[in-house]
Ligand binder design. Structure first.
Ligand SMILES: CC(C)(COP(=O)(O)OP(=O)(O)OC[C@H]1O[C@@H](n2cnc3c(N)ncnc32)[C@H](O)[C@@H]1OP(=O)(O)O)[C@@H](O)C(=O)NCCC(=O)NCCS
Length: 159
């Protein structure tokens, strides 16, 4: 199910208070500060997108982009809005940006025990390529995933 009323637009500084509120809930003990988000937005190699339900921020995602390289930095959707296809839209939007800019592949890292995020990324064409044991401060393992840019003739991913 998707929520038609949810729209995507570039993440701007005025979204940050709501973004940070979601961040604190979803990543307790490991969330980015508002200053870290400001720093991300200030860098020309970053592309962030926000999902809005009218004026309410319901999700966000970020990309590092320096073709031919690209890297998904983060993706998050508020609890109340999960399971509605919003993360798929957010990440698909960033992958379109990466593909259009000439990135030949997009990488990411995800906690090995994060089944929802891993399923999301697989759904969008990422495949696991390696594991980093005890990568996270709490000892959790990271899985590195990679998606290659589809051939020009390939059907584009779902929106
Ligand atoms: C992971 C997360 C971003 C998914 O957001 P979402 O908007 O609920 O995801 P979507 O509704 O777009 O789902 C897209 C796909 O992801 C997978 N998925 C999403 N939630 C899932 C869950 N709870 N269990 C299994 N698969 C799930 C499914 O494959 C789904 O596709 P389908 O509905 O066609 O089967 C969200 O759960 C979240 O914000 N989690 C906390 C933050 C986080 O872990 N971020 C990732 C850090 S790497």
């Amino acid at each position: 199910m998707t929520t038609a009323s949810v729209t995507l637009e570039p993440l701007r500084w005025w979204h940050l208070p709501q973004v940070h509120a979601i961040e604190q809930v979803l990543f307790p003990g490991d969330c980015w500060s508002v200053e870290q988000f400001w720093s991300e937005l200030a860098q020309p190699t970053r592309c962030y997108v926000v999902a809005l339900d009218e004026d309410e921020v319901v999700g966000y995602a970020g990309l590092f982009l320096l073709p031919p390289d690209a890297d998904i930095q983060t993706v998050a959707v508020g609890w109340d809005h999960q399971g509605q296809g919003i993360a798929r839209r957010l990440v698909s939007d960033l992958l379109d940006v990466a593909d259009s800019a000439g990135a030949t592949h997009t990488m990411l890292e995800v906690r090995a025990d994060n089944e929802a995020a891993t399923a999301l990324y697989r759904r969008l064409g990422f495949v696991p390529i390696s594991t980093r044991p005890r990568y996270y401060p709490d000892g959790g393992d990271a899985v590195i995933m990679r998606r290659s840019r589809p051939a020009p003739s390939a059907v584009t991913h779902e929106r």
